[in-house]
Each structure stands twice: as structure tokens, then as C-alpha cells.
Design a protein around this ligand. Sequence first.
Ligand SMILES: [Zn+2]
Length: 585
Amino acid sequence: MGRYIPENIIDEILSRVDIVELISSYFPLKRAGRNFKALCPFHKEKTPSFMVSPDKQIFHCFGCNEGGNAIHFLMRYERLEFPEAVEVLAKRVGINIPEMKKESKGIVDLYKINNLAMQFYHSILLNSSPYEGVRNYLLKRGLVKTTWEKFKLGFSPPHGDALTNFLKQKGVSLELAEKTGLVVKKENGYFDFFRGRIIYPIFDVRQRVIGFGGRVLDDSLPKYINTPETPIYKKGEVLYGLNFARETIREKGFVMVVEGYMDLISPFQAGFYNIVATLGTALTPEQARLLKRYTSLVIVIYDGDKAGESASLRNLEVLLEGGLEVKLVALPFGFDPDSFIRTKGKEEFEKIIQEAKNILEYKLQILLPQYNIEELEGKVNLIKEMLPTLAKIENNIMLSEFIKRLAEKVSVSEESIWLELKKIRSKKKTNLEDSLTQTVPIFSSIREAEVTLLKLMLKEKSLIKQAKIFLDEKDFLSPQIKNIIDLLFVLDEENKPIEPSRIISYLGEDSTNRILTRLSLEEEFSDLENIDSVFFDCIRKIKEDNRKRICQRLKEEIDIAQKKGELDKVDKLLKEFNALARQKE
Ligand SMILES: [Zn+2]
């Protein structure tokens, strides 16, 4: 929302908040020496590698490299934007953030109006005597009262001005209410958007009501309508039920994805809490990212009559692109999750979830009957259809297992499939490279001496001044280490405190943060007496390696210049090369 929070306020908040207290208000932490440990909430693991440091006021997971200060923890765990996380923390420690921008004030009002409307519809469903029939309808559909309460279901009276009048009574400006989509302006005044419908409030992960869905009681059409997109409700960025599901998603290690409100509520009522609904729209990259916060495995549940369409599979590739593993369950023909649970029961539901098929297997199963794989043309076309999906699988073990099976089934060689795959992969190389830099462990590409040097500087602040004498930022190859060292030099010059939790809030770039938190929390150096010699050893190694790299580059340039016959250039480069080569100690 583009809200600016002054740096000194952020510093003030960070100095008052205790990260151990904050994190242990979400899940228990165990003491481990000077630090605290827990199972990482950001990836699935059996032994704890999530560390929290009370001294440094930072956390870092040595399994998945998530890391940061209290603000980052809230951003990741509660999935908040930076200013929102700062606001939550500010409230916690009793600091007032000055300057509230106008538009965010308006936004707050939209949430308030939605909340009023939710309570209005809900109380009508629970108490209003003319609508006994609605309550009976829900009971007949198998929804018990505690479920109405959990999901804050409601009912909108059919006459068309009930909510409008209620809001007017509450002193809400109807002009503003129109922005929530709940009230519609017509020639002769304002009217309710929902009439005579069961109301399903849609929450965001912070439990705020952002929109509504409404279902008719009979067979008239449209069966469902949703509030239109508003400043707080963007269809492609929401997953219905995620607010209720997220804890269990983390616990179970996977999420089930269904389509509609009832597809979610029925299984939920039967005890399947790790479930979200797309509300009928095609999945978006934003939704994939949202899910990735909580799990890496998605099980999509299809209605029986859609199960055979390979087109609907294409929609799921956005999940693969988001780095998620995708499995599928097809319900028997004529069933949706709601009717399946109601007629077959929860044990059967549990069973079909267990039998979910990997998306590759599933797609192959759909494609096989469509091609004659006895003939060359059939083989080629089937593999051609599989390739785009294969290209999106990140897990190489899974990929090679599947390619082995595919090759057998279609009786072609594995190599030929790999070759074809390589062709499309290199076409979208830039994309792939992007995603690779995110998943490859961040340290594999950084020179060890750079890492050690930075570690020493963080431990022994006096070394920062020393390092400045011998090195400048050009000497570092890793852009992240360069960033951090640069900042350390500046902070040192300005005599500012060098505390990891503060430094992080200046850096503001993810991969740099993670390196910093990791180094700050890695095993302390045991032999402090040697710190100077290790320090100078690192500097020497960095210098020497840089020299070799430049020599190598000069050699290549000389080669090229020679081939082109540019003799003057060769001469000049050779001189440079010899001077450098002599420097070797
Ligand atoms: Zn982790």
C-alpha cells in the first residue's frame, strides 16, 4: 500500500521486540546452548534446524536457509507485506506509527463494512424467524450448526434492501459501501447485491473479510455469484479457506485443492482441515506462491466429469512452475467432493486421497488411450504432449524415474526423451535459470574465503577497519557478500552499532539477508587466538584467487586478439599479463 515507515521507528520497534518471545507465541522453542531450536515452519523436517538467537535477535533455518529478524519472521509466517508486519510488531510493543495515508484509511473502512455485513447475514441465518426454511435447507444438505458458525455462513433476505438499510442505520456511507460490491447503485437509489442467497464470507489469511459468495436455494441460475473485484478482493490472489487450513497444511505437509465452497466445507466438516478452494477460477502464479508458503505438495481433487480433460491439467502447470509437487485425485463420474463425502463417507475420502497420482502419471494415463503408440507417429505425438509438463518438473529424481517408465511404456530410448526435453528447456532457459538461482543452496557458488572473512568481521568488529585497509568491494565476487561488506564499512565509518537484526533491515534483499543470518548463527569460532591469522589467510586467498582469475581472462583476450591479428593489443595485454604473473609470491 506504499506506506512509508521512518527508519528510526523501525529501529525503535526492533529494539523493543524480543524475537524469542515473538516466535514462541506461535510454536514452542527449545533451548540449545545460547540459542533456541525448533522444527522449521517453512519446510518439512524431522530434526530441528530452525535456530533463533536471543543475543542477535535473528532466526535462521539451516535446512531451507530462511532467515531474518522479527519483521521477516512475521512476513514469512503470517505472509504479510513489510509495512503490515511492522504494524503488527508496533502494536505488540506499544509503539505508535505516525502518518496514516488516506487510501489505507479508506481500505480499513472497506474491511469494516464487510465485517458488519458478515455479522448481519450471519445473524439472519441463525435467528431470523421467516427463514426457518433456509436453516432446514442447510441441515438437509448435511451442514451442522457449528459449521455455519465456523464459516460464518449467512443468508441475504430476498427483498433487496435489507443490508442497504442495515448499513444506513449503522451510519455507513452507501457510496463507500458500494466499493465493497455489497451495495449496488441504481437510478432510484442503492440496493443489495445479494438477494435470497446463502452467503459465504471469504477471508484472507489474516481473518479479514475481503469478499462474499452467494448461492441460490433452488436450481435457478446463476447458482453462485461472488462480489466483484474490489480494492481488497482480487480473485486470483485469494484461496478460500486458507485462513482455516494453514496450520493443518503445515502439520500434514500437504494441501488439498478443490473448486467450490461446498467442495471445501463438507470435507472440512468431516475433519479434513488442510483444504482450500479456488472458487472456480483458473489457478494463478500468485495462488501458487501463497500455497508454497505453507507446503510443497498439492493434491488437486477433480470432479468425476472433468477428470478426463487434459486441458484442465494445463491449468495445474502453474503450480509446477511455482516449485510445487502436484498430485491428482479424480472422483468417480458424477461426484464432486461434497457429494462424495456425503454419500461415501470420510474413510472412502481418506482412501482416495492416499491414492493420489503424480501429475505426470495422471497425464500419461489420460493420453495413452488417445494415441496409437504401436506406430511411430503416435509415440512422437504422445511424447510431444508430455514434454511441456516434464519441462516444469523441478525434482530431477522424480523426473528421471518417470522418464524411465515413459520410455518403457512407449518403447523409445530414455536418451531420446531427455534430448527432446533439453530442447524445450533451453528455449526457456532464462526462466529456468531464474528459478535455479532461487533453489540452489546459496553458498555453493560463494568462495569460502569470502564467507569466512565476513563471519570473522561479524564476530570481531575491529576487523572491519582492518579489512578496509586491504580490500575494497571490487575484491568480492559474491554480490550478496559485497552488499553486506559495503554496508559494514559504511556503518563502521558512521560509528553505528553493528547488530545483525538491524543490518538486515537496511539490506532488504532476500538472498543477502539469508546469508547474513546464516553466518551470524553458524557455529562460533572455537580458537579465538587464531582469529588474526585466519583473517589474513582469507585476505591472501581472495587476492590470490582474484589474480588468477584476471590472468585467465587476459589469456583468453590475448588468444582472441592474436586470432584477429591485432598485434598492438596483444602486446599491451601481454605486458599486463606478465606484470600480474610476477606478483605471485
Ligand atoms: Zn527451514
